[in-house]
Design a protein around this ligand. Structure first.
Ligand code: ACO
Length: 331
């Protein structure tokens, strides 16, 4: 079996900066409420016609430039997103066309906040088996187009932001690379974090919507249940990565968790008895960007030299489904 490694990364966020203070002019909320519950200070929101692909394309170009690969080198594109430009097909099809890639395999993964790690794992399997040698893996979200930006939707609206992050995966010829990936799902709780419509179930089709029913077309979150599950699943899946590779926490330079909520990240660190600094956090500046949060955080951690050659890191995710996942990587 071959091993894959990340050879290029890049991210892109919308220009429009939305501070907590800005939110107070469109809904009944406060900087204090948002900061104390989530740690978030500001986020980026798409505006006008801006969509997920507009963020995914520049992020992908940056990752390909860093890896030194040309469009014809890419063998497969996997995009994690729940807010693609269209109901179908996926953002991956747009990337294939817009980046000038060959008629290669391209598909989207709808695993919400775990989707980047899921996508990375899928690309890793293709490279391990030798089917492909170069993969483009992307997490991209323009999810604020779907949220209710009034007081009615404030519990969700203040938490989320838009952005995209990308990674190029290639065959590794040395010790560095993806050591293992671990993916999980527990569908019985899916209604604790979901967007019911549009969908094929019941009368979730667009032609049946009335104003009263429109909330089905917005995300819903049972915040307390999400919190309780997240703080259990994050440690579990991090331990799974450690055990699989016979590593202890001392061997890990940095954990890059999905940026769900600063309180969740802090609570996970505390429960695991690990110092906060070992958990990278940039949610203060971007909010929760769902599938994009881990690749954006990875880019910034590398830029800040918190991840250096030879380091062992763990990416860890938890989100709707519930899904949860981790990846152990030697950088
Ligand atoms: N601004 C001001 N007030 C608000 C806001 C807001 N943006 N949103 C909700 N409120 C109000 C509610 O209406 C409620 O008011 P009420 O008491 O008069 O009915 C009150 O604030 C609830 O506040 P708390 O009692 O502090 O609520 P709770 O402790 O449940 O905290 C929270 C809510 C922050 C969502 C919490 O459950 C949490 O942190 N959950 C984790 C969820 C999360 O972060 N998910 C991330 C996305 S999912 C993922 O990525 C995996």
């Amino acid at each position: 079996m071959k091993k894959s490694k990340i050879t290029g990364i890049g991210f892109h966020v919308p220009k429009q900066l939305v501070t907590n203070q800005d939110l107070t002019s469109i809904m009944d909320t406060s900087d204090e409420w948002i900061r104390t519950r989530s740690g978030i200070e500001q986020r980026r929101w798409v505006q006008g016609d801006e969509a997920a692909s507009d963020l995914a394309i520049p992020a992908s170009i940056k990752a390909m430039e860093m890896a030194g690969v040309n469009p014809e080198d890419i063998d497969v594109v996997v995009v994690g997103t729940i807010s693609g430009d269209y109901f179908f097909p996926g953002v991956s099809a747009q990337l294939q066309a817009e980046l000038g890639l060959r008629n290669i395999a391209a598909f989207d993964i709808k695993a919400a906040c775990s989707a980047f790690v899921y996508s990375l794992s899928i690309a890793d399997q293709f490279i391990q088996t030798g089917q492909y040698t170069t993969a483009l893996v992307v997490g991209a979200e323009a999810q604020t187009k779907f949220i209710n930006k009034s007081t009615e939707g404030r519990d969700i609206a203040v938490l989320f932001g838009d952005g995209a992050g990308a990674a190029v995966l290639q065959v590794s010829n040395d010790e560095s690379g993806i050591l293992s990936t671990h993916l999980h799902c527990q569908g019985k709780d899916l209604k604790n974090l979901w967007m019911e419509a549009p969908g094929s179930s019941g009368d979730n089709q667009i032609n049946t919507v009335t104003i009263e029913q429109a909330k089905r077309f917005e995300p819903y979150m049972n915040g307390r249940e999400v919190f309780k599950n997240a703080v259990v699943r994050f440690p579990e899946v991090i331990h799974e990565a450690l055990e699989k590779n016979n590593l202890s926490m001392d061997d890990i330079s940095l954990i890059i968790p999905h940026q769900a909520n600063l309180r969740i990240i802090q609570s996970v660190a505390k429960r695991m008895g690990v110092e906060q600094d070992k958990f990278y956090a940039n949610i203060q500046r971007y909010g929760n960007t769902t599938a994009a949060s881990i690749p954006i955080a990875l880019c910034e951690a590398v830029e800040e030299e918190k991840v250096k050659e030879g380091d062992t890191i763990i990416l860890a995710a938890f989100g709707a489904g519930y899904t949860w996942a981790s990846a152990a990587i030697r950088w």
